[in-house]
Structures are given as C-alpha cells and as structure tokens.
Design a binder for this molecule. Sequence first.
Ligand code: NCD
Ligand code: ZN
Length: 335
Amino acid sequence: MDTIELPLPDDFHVHLRQDAALASYVRDVASQFGRGLVMPNTVPPLTTLSAILDYKKQILAAVPHFEPLMTFKLSPNYTEETLYAFKEAGVVAGKYYPAGVTTNSQDGVSDFESVFPVIEIMERLGLVLCVHGEEPGAFCLDREEAFIRRIEILAKMFPRLRIVFEHLSTESAVKAVYALPATVAATITVHHLIHTLDDIIGDSLRPHHFCKPLPKRPADRFALRSAAFSGNSKFFLGTDSAPHLKGKKECPCGAAGVYSAPVAIPLLIQIFEREDVLRKLSNFVSGFGADFYGLPRATQTIKYVRNPWVVPEEVHGVVPLAAGETLDWRLYGQV
Ligand code: NCD
Ligand code: ZN
C-alpha cells in the first residue's frame, strides 16, 4: 500500500503561541488537522471571553478554514455567568494546570478544593475539564502517578463531568483511565509513543525532546503504545505540540515542549504501520476525540503517500520532533 487516506485529523491539545509566530504555527497545524483544541497558557492566559475571542480571531486570520476549539485556564475565580457566556460562545473546555508544573503555569491551581465550585458549574454546563495531571512538589518522575488520585476524586465527585487526563506518560495513568468511568478519557502525544527518558538524558542531553510530563520508562511507553493501538475509545490524539524557539531550548534553563505539528501524522502512520495496526489509526486521530467532545466526525479527508523525506532541522526557528530523520510517509502534494 502506497497511499493512505484518513478523515481529516483533530488535535485535541495544541499550543499556537502568540504574536508574529502564531500564524506560522497555525499554518503548520492546519496543514494536517481540521480542528485543534487550543491551549490557554498564553501570556497573559486566556481567562476572559474577550481574550478568548480575540485569540480565536487571530487564529482564523492566519487560516480561515481551520477550526480552533477554544479553552480557558481554570482558576477559582469564575462566576456562573462567565462560564455560561463561554459555553454560549462555543468554548469547549477549561484547562486545569496545577501551579508551576509546566510552561506558563505559575498562576495555576494551588489549592485543589478551591476549584470545585467552578468545576461543578462546568459539569452542569457541559464544559469539558482538561487536566495537566502532575502533582506539584512531587519528584519529577512521580508527579503524574501522584496526581491520579485527584482525577479519581474529580470523577467521583462530578459523575457527569467529562474529564480528559492530558498527555499520559505512565503505565499507572493508562491503567487508571481504563478503570475509571466513560466520562474520563485521555490524550496521548506522538512523542510519548516514541521517547523514554533515555531519549532526553540517557546519552547526551537532548533539549528538543524535553517536555512535561517527562517521557518515562520503557514499560510506560509500552503501555501508552498499547492504549493507542487498542481501539479503546478513551484514548485519542492530543499532540501537545509546543513550539519554543531554538534559543529558548538550547540554554542553561531550557523550556519544556516538543514541536511535533509538522510531523505528527506522518510519524503516527509510520508507528502504526510498523506495529501492523494501521487500521486503528483513523479512530485514534480522527474519531474518538470528536466523539468524546460531542463534535461531528470530519467529513473531509487527507492523503499521505509513501515517499521518504527528511524532516528539516529547523522550522520557523524551532527544531521540530524528528529533525533530520527520514520519515516514510509524506503529505500528498508536499514537495
Ligand atoms: C507546554 C508548553 O510549552 O506550553 N510544554 C510542555 O512541555 N508540554 C505546556 C504543557 O502542555 O505542559
Ligand atoms: Zn500542552
């Protein structure tokens, strides 16, 4: 087989950044995805309707046919009125960042219970809760595992709330998501299917592979791959594509985030093909996520051809995932 046609994929976790760079990042995402759940960890963060709508306008100005699914950054300060206005305006989710666990999350949630009233309103309004599940203060490799109990508490307290445990990185979290009710789903990134901690610090230091949550042990990667290949509708793609300029990664205090947008789908085709599970790819990238969010599945399709290409070393000043590597599949028509 030398061509593959997929329903146009959705990226249920993507960072589009701001200012001059935004348009280039949006174009990269929109070249292979129809919709993207846009993360709110901008500076300042997306916390008001006017900021959200203004950001959406900027994204649409870059690519009018792309569909940005908007989010807000969770805090204890929202009123029912504000959340109702978000819902009416088509905002789909609120993002829970525990304070300080990742890029631009210093203003995140520091008191778990303080956000319960806001979450209760989200449950009633049908807004999805997306969670960066890492426990502040825990040892870096244990942060996700330490956070699982909070997801369990939320699922129990708010039985109608849809919760997405974002960018899973551990076998324990995969098991927890399987065990929790159907209201709890999870995103999986491309880089967590490829990397373990060895790819960041096992040999030389690889700053462009550095991201939160950290990729962990081979057994964790195996569990993530099994979940992605399983055909279980709780697991779907959220790339967490998070561009940082080269100089912000190659420095004494490097930023966390992997830029995967330009290569995400070709890499996934390669990974799924090599595991002989290509038939599972379509639902993972273009089905289960839309179903969970209650969105129609894509009707447009996108085509890839087997025609090896070398991933550029740099894209708009950012070193992308798999830079310099040869990939088997390319977007049809891409030179
Ligand atoms: C993301 C970023 O750079 O905004 N970084 C990352 O390492 N994944 C934030 C996030 O989603 O954690
Ligand atoms: Zn992210």
